[in-house]
Design a protein around this ligand. Sequence first.
Ligand SMILES: [Zn+2]
Length: 101
Amino acid sequence: MLTMPSKRPSRRRQTGPPPPLDLDRALGGRRSESAPDGEWTVQRVRGSEKTYACPGCRQVIAAGLAHVVAWQADGLLGPVAALEDRRHWHAACWEARARRR
Ligand SMILES: [Zn+2]
C-alpha cells in the first residue's frame, strides 16, 4: 500500500504572492493616525462603484461618495491581513471617531 505522504493537496488556488492591492495603485494620499486602539492607516478614496456600510454610523456609504478607508497599521496578523480587513468610513464619521476618546 502506498501511504507515503504525498505532496500536499494543492492549496486553494492562491499560490504566489497576493495580487497587488488596488488601493496601493489607485490612491496616493495615505496617512497614519494614532488612536486609543492602535495605529491606523487612513486612506482617502474617491467614490467607488460599491456601497459600504460605515462602522461609525451604520449607514450606507453611497456608491460614488468620497470617503476614507482605514485599517490597523499594527494589526496582529500583519499588514496584509489588516489591509484585507479594512473598513470604509464616511470621512466625517472617521473624524468623529478619532476625536471621541
Ligand atoms: Zn458614517
